[in-house]
Design a protein around this ligand. Structure first.
Ligand SMILES: Cc1cc2nc3c(=O)[nH]c(=O)nc-3n(C[C@H](O)[C@H](O)[C@H](O)COP(=O)(O)OP(=O)(O)OC[C@H]3O[C@@H](n4cnc5c(N)ncnc54)[C@H](O)[C@@H]3O)c2cc1C
Length: 452
């Protein structure tokens, strides 16, 4: 089946114009929420568009479930969590703490993370957006762009009411999938020559005796080699379809509940799925739910504390780690991550390991007591004016993205994109004429503590 990829309208599109914000934020995931709230806080008239009826993207609809990327990794298992990411990521984290929406830091191998309540994530995001007078339009799928030459002038949305246009001075593509670039015919790449990290259908397991579970499982949310062996043995009986043998289970802020990051979603015919294809996304939902049943059965049959557990829910959608990545003026390289490269134009930092999901065991490459920085120009598309790309679809190489894509970092990219967009709008300067050094300074003024 072939699809029409680009959907470009001219300035004279003839559609009803619903709104004309200064800054349009496309997508209400971590990056979009950070971008819209920050731009609103700095005085811009902002509209956030989201296809679902709530914010959160892969963190909520995909149920990714934890707020990774805040803490340093260490070889010393007894060292306490050391937070090194601030700015909007910390604002959101503190707001979640206030409503008991996150756990205390939990061990994740050599580093730490916190598990969140997805319902409180939605409420917190909405409260922050509304507090900065951001307009929110839910149930709006962006299906086209308004483009004249290299200028992106707006988007076309489809909703229950039909088609409409939104025209804006600046657009921030926070769709996670670089949908705006795709529809505008701009350049992007897909994974490693089309090969992307596998999706995961995450689920929440209720009815768990957490005390007995923890006594068996231990403090590390990543399973022990013994559990991996049990998974492999159970699979060999032919009674369980367990494709992935290294799994992660996180006690959540809710009583008697585990968040289960266990499946490795592939096609039912064993093929790898590509997350920018509608057919593959559809297959991911079906095959993901089938795998959830088998992992839940395995946990109930083999893991102490889970005997009478049940699947509370799966994600609204299979979790998509990677699809399209913008081709930016700069690209975060695998080497930048491995070398823990810092830079004067760095607008965000990441201490998160390379966490590459492919094969039966996700690969983890730790950045011990260190982090790298991400340049502003990785948010600026190589071509296309009035447009920034933020969140997990910014310009990065395959393995670099396996580290740089987690939530705390997406919050930072969103904040940085907003600060650049507001400057561009207020000073009537092209986005690509703004220097990364300047955005870094704005980030620091806005609480990011990048020079600490
Ligand atoms: C299975 C899985 C497990 C993960 N585990 C963790 C974890 O434990 N901790 C962690 O920190 N991170 C984790 N991540 C990564 C993290 O969840 C994401 O990378 C991060 O949430 C991405 O945020 P984003 O805002 O860039 O994109 P997304 O979350 O993808 O948000 C994009 C938003 O745009 C909307 N949108 C998309 N297209 C359109 C359109 N055409 N029109 C309108 N709206 C649109 C979407 O609905 C969505 O709300 C995980 C990811 C996955 C998939």
């Amino acid at each position: 089946m072939a699809w029409k990829a680009e959907n470009i309208y001219s300035r004279n599109h003839g559609l009803p114009v619903l709104a004309k914000p200064d800054i349009l934020v496309a997508g209400g995931g971590a990056a979009g929420v950070a971008a819209a709230t920050t731009a609103g806080k700095h005085g811009a008239k902002v509209l956030l568009l989201e296809r679902y009826g709530f914010c959160g993207g892969n963190a909520v609809a995909g149920l990714s479930g934890t707020l990774c990327g805040m803490y340093l990794a260490s070889d010393n298992y007894n060292s306490p969590p050391e937070q090194v990411v601030y700015g909007f990521a910390n604002t959101f984290f503190q707001a979640m703490k206030q409503c008991d929406g996150v756990t205390a830091p939990q061990r994740y191998g050599k580093t730490w993370t916190v598990t969140h309540d997805p319902h409180k994530w939605r409420e917190t995001a909405e409260a922050l957006l509304l507090s900065e007078d951001v307009d929110i339009l839910y149930h709006s799928l962006i299906v086209g762009t308004i483009r004249e030459g290299n200028e992106i002038l707006g988007v076309v949305i489809a909703g229950k009411s039909g088609l409409a246009a939104i025209e804006a001075s600046i657009i921030i593509d926070a769709t996670g999938d670089a949908d705006i670039l795709h529809q505008a015919g701009l350049e992007y790449t897909v994974g490693d020559n089309g090969f992307v990290q596998n999706p995961t259908m995450i689920f929440r397991l209720g009815g768990v005796d957490i005390k007995r579970f923890l006594a068996y499982w231990g403090p590390d949310t990543i399973c022990s080699p013994e559990v991996s062996e049990m998974i492999i043995s159970a699979k060999e009986t032919g009674k369980y379809n367990l494709i992935r043998s290294k799994i992660w289970l996180f006690p959540t802020p809710r009583p008697n509940e585990l968040l289960c990051n266990a499946t490795r979603v592939m096609g039912r015919d064993g093929r790898d799925l590509i997350a920018d294809r509608t057919e593959d996304l559809s297959e991911a939902e079906i095959s993901g739910r089938m795998q959830v049943r088998d992992y839940a059965r395995f946990l109930a049959d083999f893991i102490p504390g889970c005997e009478t557990s049940f699947v509370n829910d799966t994600g609204v959608q299979a979790g998509i780690r990677q699809s399209r990545s913008a081709l930016g003026v700069e690209r975060l390289s695998n080497e930048d991550v491995m070398a823990r490269r810092k830079r004067a134009d760095g607008i965000a930092r990441s201490p998160w390991p390379i966490e590459l999901h492919s094969g039966t065991k996700p690969k983890l490459e730790w950045l011990i007591n260190d982090f790298y920085e991400i340049p502003y120009n990785a948010l600026v598309p190589k071509t296309g004016e009035n447009l920034l790309v933020t969140g997990r679809c910014f310009s990065a190489e395959h393995e670099a993205l396996a580290s740089a894509r987690v939530t705390a970092q997406c919050f930072q990219y969103g904040q940085a994109a907003a600060l650049a967009a507001v400057t561009s709008f207020q000073e009537q300067t092209p986005l690509r004429a703004i220097s990364g050094n300047e955005v870094r300074e704005l980030m620091n003024k806005d609480g990011a503590r990048l020079d600490d």
